[in-house]
Design a protein around this ligand. Structure first.
Ligand code: SAH
Ligand code: SF4
Ligand code: F3S
Length: 469
């Protein structure tokens, strides 16, 4: 142990396992950054770690089950390695609080979504005084100043907003992430400029409802500023790709569509969560739009942005969803022509409005049948959208070697489609180039690498300590 380092943690190694969405992945980067600032070192597996942080999600019931299943599996590791510390962070920690240590007494520290900044102190406190749970009800301030150890050198997530002020009847996010807090535009621009100086060329802006970004920033003046933010970011030299997730269909405004169309760096991809195609279900979900309005906005976006790829989220089996409601969803999905869709079985989350509609729960067998039909339509549309790319020359950002075959590289087009290709010599991660698309499947494209257009700009960095599950 090196007493000159804070907390004497020189030799301690940490491992962060992340469940859930990009916001959680980014929080994990912050947790990793804080632990490293406290003198810890990253390691590659839980078996080698002195500190294991599980950064959790509770969006659906299976997310809960996975966490408790994994905690159970860690019991033997904890027994065989008495110095090992286990921390549970994130949305499930925020929801279950003290119940985590009641169910899993071998957990040393529990902290929630509003006190990520306390990760290192809480682990130290737990070492000195025994198990600790700290959950805050509100975010003290936007965590702009926290360090982050990022996974990739050329691409970065940038949080612009935390929490959500909507009240979708199925959704637990507002309960575990709190009210919507927007980050000051100057802080976002400084972070992105600093990332640019490090060689990051692609960013993804994160928020639960990015279209409402900025509305609380000017005191007393309701003024969404997302379009303005896109334009400011587009002006940053060296930044080649701007992505964002998720925009809420009810708040997609004409000026945002115009900014998407006019800003060269904003990619031709819109993740546009539909949830249901039935007006009756959408109203019961409190989504704030009808199917027609959704399709109109989509048509405006497609009319303005050439070659726009559109992806979505759909829930099957929301309480009270009838056969006719589901047919409406299929109709809208066919009309929208999605490039891909995340399809979810409705999962009741205690405390949400829909979880109380027990009498109207849809039988699992009916949900399964509907899901099979939906997936068939979605895959058909994904395949035809992918086939339309065959023969095109696309800009590809190289991500790295394929997991299955190190001789094959993977990258992404501006539309966010995955492309596999061979090249000799192999371009490094972070390289931009052109590839001709030769084959298409619903979830990926095959391509032929033609030429490099821009070399990676980042300095070589040690890779990060976050892992996704
Ligand atoms: N803020 C984003 C959604 C974040 S949650 C938005 O409004 O689009 C990501 C997705 O999880 C949602 O779009 C929804 O499709 C799904 N989801 C959320 N709660 C769910 C639940 N209780 N059961 C099933 N799917 C759910
Ligand atoms: Fe959940 Fe709705 Fe907020 Fe999205 S907009 S996080 S679905 S409450
Ligand atoms: Fe994300 Fe899951 Fe929390 S989807 S916001 S990590 S509940």
């Amino acid at each position: 142990m090196d007493p000159s380092l804070p907390g004497g943690d020189a030799a301690r190694r940490y491992f962060v396992r992340t469940y859930g969405c990009q916001m959680n992945e980014h929080d994990s980067e912050r947790i990793a950054g804080l632990l490293e600032a406290d003198g810890m070192e990253r390691c590659e597996s839980e078996d080698d770690a002195d500190v294991i942080v599980l950064n959790t999600c509770c969006i659906r019931e299976n997310a809960d089950n996975r966490l408790y299943g994994h905690l159970g599996a860690l019991t033997h590791l904890k027994r065989s390695r008495p110095g090992l510390q286990i921390a549970v962070a994130g949305c499930l920690a925020q929801k279950d609080r003290d119940a985590i240590q009641e169910r899993a007494p071998h957990v040393d520290a529990v902290f929630g979504t509003h006190n990520v900044h306390r990760a290192a102190e809480l682990l130290r406190e737990a070492r000195e005084q025994g198990p600790v749970t700290e959950i805050l009800e509100e975010l003290a301030e936007f965590p702009s100043a926290l360090p982050a150890r990022r996974d990739l050198a050329h691409s970065a997530w940038v949080a612009i907003q935390i929490g959500c002020d909507n009240s979708c009847a199925f959704c637990i996010v507002p309960a575990v992430r709190g009210r919507e807090v927007n980050r000051r535009m100057g802080d976002i621009l400084s972070e992105v400029e600093a990332l640019g100086r490090d060689g990051v060329t692609e960013i993804t802006l994160l928020g639960q409802n990015v279209n409402s970004y900025g509305r609380d920033l000017d005191a007393g003046q309701w003024r969404p500023r997302f379009a303005e933010l896109l334009r400011e970011l587009d002006a940053i030299e060296g930044l080649r790709r701007i992505r964002f997730t998720s925009p809420h269909p009810k708040d997609l405004r004409p000026e945002t569509i115009a900014a998407m169309a006019e800003c060269e760096s904003v990619c031709e991809h819109l993740h546009f969560p539909l949830q249901s195609g039935s007006d009756r279900v959408l109203a019961r979900m409190h989504r704030g739009y009808t199917a027609e309005r959704y399709l109109d906005r989509l048509a405006s976006a497609r009319a303005a942005v050439d070659d726009l790829a559109v992806t979505t989220d759909i829930i099957v089996g929301f309480p009270g969803e009838s056969d006719a409601d589901f047919e409406e969803t299929l109709r809208v999905v066919m009309e929208a022509g999605f490039d891909s869709a995340y399809t979810f079985v409705y999962s009741p989350r205690s405390g949400t409005e829909a979880a109380g509609m027990v009498d109207e729960f849809v039988p699992p067998q009916v949900i399964r049948e509907r899901m099979d039909r939906l997936v068939e339509v979605v895959e058909g549309s994904a395949l035809s959208r992918a086939r339309a790319r065959v023969g095109e020359v696309e800009e590809v950002l190289v991500e790295g070697a394929s997991k299955k075959d190190p001789g094959v590289l993977t990258g992404r087009t501006r539309q966010n489609k995955l492309v596999h290709f061979r090249a000799d010599p192999l371009p490094a991660a972070g390289t931009y180039g052109e590839a001709r698309i030769t084959e298409a499947a619903p979830h990926f494209l095959m391509g032929e690498w033609l030429r490099q257009t821009a070399a990676p700009r980042h300095r070589t960095r040690i890779p990060l300590a976050v892992s996704s599950s």
